[in-house]
Design a protein around this ligand. Structure first.
Ligand code: ADP
Length: 387
C-alpha cells in the first residue's frame, strides 16, 4: 500500500520541482527581457537626447531650457558663445546663466502669458551688442507647465547695418543740402538785383556752376558706390597695360596738375593685369586726383609699381604733400570720411573717392592701403592679380 503512495508522492514532488524550475526559467527570461527592453529604451532615449542636442548645437540662436523653478536644464553651444560662458550651466539660476536683469521680467511674463515674442535687449559692455529674446512656456500633454524655453538671437550685425544706413542717409542729405543751399542763396541774391552788376553776376554764376558740378559728381559717385556695394557692377575683364593706363590718366588730369604747378611722373614698368579698363582708370584717376588736390603746390606726383614675390602686381601713387595723420590712414577709405572737411569740400570732394577705389580694387581680388609720414607726403598702394 505504501509503495503506490510513495510513487505518487515522488511524482508530485518531481512535478513540483519541474514546475518551479520552469517558472524560475520563465521568470529569469522575463527579467532578462525586461532588462533588455529597458536597456533598449535607454539606448533609444540616449540616442534621441544626443540627436536633440546635436540639433540645438547646430542652431545659430542661443537656446536655454529652464525647469519650473527657473534653473537651467539645458543650454546649447550658441548660448555659451553669445554669453561667453564656460563650465556647466545645468542647475544654475537664470540670472547666473544670463547676467541680464531683463530676463527675470521675461521669465515672469512667460509664466503668466505663456510666451514672449520679440523682446530686444542691449548687452552692456564694449563693443555694444544686441539680442532678440523669444521665450515660451513648456507644457506637457495635460497642458501643465513644466519649464520655459528661451531663444536668443544676436542682432548686433543687423543693428550695425541699420546704423550705417541711417548715417549714410544723413551724410548724403547733408552733402546734397550744402551745394543746394549755396545755389539757392546765390540765385536769390542775383534775382534780388545782383544780376544788374555784370561783374558780381559773373562771379555768382561761377559759384553756382561749381556747386551744380559738385552735385553732379556726388550723384555720380553715389550711383557708382551703390552699384558696387550691391554687387550689380559687372567687371569686363581683359588684359590691361598699366603703363598705358597711367599715361591716359595723367594726360586727363594734366590741366588740374598744371593749375597747381604739380609735375606728374609715370614710373610704371610695362606690366599687364587682368582687369576692367574703365574701372581701373577710375581707381588711378581718383588716387592721382587726390594726390594733386591734397599734395603741395609745385609738388610731384609719381605713379609707380612692381611685381611682388607672390606674383601679384602692386601699384602706388605717391605725393610730397602734408600727408595723412596715422590715426586716419585706415579711415580715409570709409564713405564720407575726410581728414579736413573744409579742405575736401573746397576742392569739390565728395568724400566717396577712396571708398570707390577700395570697392573696385577688392572686386578685382586686390587690396588697398595708405602709408604716410606726416610732412613727407602720402602713398596709396593697391594690388591686382597678374594678367
Ligand atoms: P574727397 O572727395 O574728400 O577727396 P576721398 O574719399 O577721395 O574723398 O578722400 C578722403 C579723404 O582722405 C580726403 O578728404 C582727404 O582728407 C584724405 N586724402 C586722400 N588722399 C590724400 C592725399 N594724397 N594726401 C592727404 N590726404 C588725402
Amino acid at each position: 500500500m505504501w509503495f503506490p503512495t510513495l510513487i505518487a508522492l515522488a511524482f508530485a514532488a518531481g512535478l513540483h520541482f519541474w514546475w518551479r524550475a520552469k517558472f524560475r526559467r520563465a521568470q529569469a527570461a522575463a527579467r532578462a527581457e525586461l532588462t533588455r527592453s529597458a536597456a533598449r529604451e535607454q539606448a533609444v532615449g540616449v540616442e534621441t537626447q544626443t540627436r536633440q542636442n546635436a540639433l540645438f548645437d547646430s542652431m545659430i540662436e542661443g537656446v536655454l531650457v529652464l525647469d519650473e523653478s527657473g534653473r537651467v536644464l539645458f543650454a546649447n553651444q550658441a548660448f555659451a558663445e553669445i554669453f561667453a560662458t564656460s563650465g556647466i550651466l545645468r542647475g544654475k539660476t537664470l540670472l547666473e546663466a544670463v547676467r541680464l536683469n531683463e530676463v527675470m521680467e521675461i521669465l515672469a511674463r512667460t509664466r503668466s502669458e505663456g510666451r514672449v515674442i520679440d523682446h530686444e535687449a542691449r548687452l552692456s559692455g564694449e563693443p555694444e551688442r544686441w539680442l532678440q529674446i523669444n521665450a515660451a512656456a513648456l507644457t506637457d500633454a495635460q497642458r501643465r507647465k513644466f519649464g520655459t524655453i528661451m531663444v536668443f538671437h544676436d542682432l548686433t550685425r543687423l543693428k550695425q547695418l541699420e546704423r550705417q544706413r541711417e548715417e549714410f542717409v544723413a551724410n548724403v542729405s547733408h552733402e546734397l543740402r550744402t551745394p543746394l543751399s549755396l545755389i539757392k542763396g546765390y540765385v536769390e541774391t542775383l534775382l534780388d538785383g545782383a544780376q544788374n552788376n555784370p561783374e558780381v553776376a559773373s562771379r555768382f554764376l561761377k559759384i553756382i556752376e561749381r556747386n551744380t558740378q559738385r552735385l553732379d559728381f556726388l550723384i555720380q559717385d553715389l550711383l557708382t558706390i551703390s552699384a558696387l556695394e550691391s554687387g550689380r557692377m559687372q567687371l569686363n575683364l581683359s588684359p590691361v597695360n598699366l603703363f598705358s593706363l597711367a599715361e591716359k590718366v595723367l594726360g586727363d588730369l594734366s590741366p588740374n596738375a598744371e593749375a597747381k604747378q604739380v609735375s606728374l611722373v609715370n614710373e610704371l614698368p610695362e606690366l599687364t593685369v587682368n582687369g576692367d579698363f574703365n574701372r581701373l582708370d577710375q581707381v588711378l584717376a581718383n588716387l592721382v586726383d587726390n594726390a594733386i588736390k591734397y599734395g603741395r603746390a609745385n609738388g610731384r606726383v609719381v605713379v609707380g609699381g612692381k611685381k611682388l614675390d607672390d606674383g601679384r602686381l602692386e601699384i602706388c601713387v605717391r605725393d610730397d604733400g602734408p600727408g595723412i595723420p596715422a590715426e586716419s590712414l585706415d579711415r580715409v577709405f570709409e564713405r564720407f570720411y575726410r581728414v579736413d572737411k573744409a579742405r575736401s569740400r573746397d576742392q569739390g570732394g565728395t568724400g566717396l573717392g577712396l571708398a570707390i577705389v577700395k570697392h573696385i580694387v577688392q572686386a578685382h581680388g586686390g587690396e588697398v592701403r595708405a602709408a604716410s609720414e606726416p610732412g613727407q607726403g602720402a602713398t596709396f598702394y593697391f594690388t591686382l592679380p597678374p594678367g
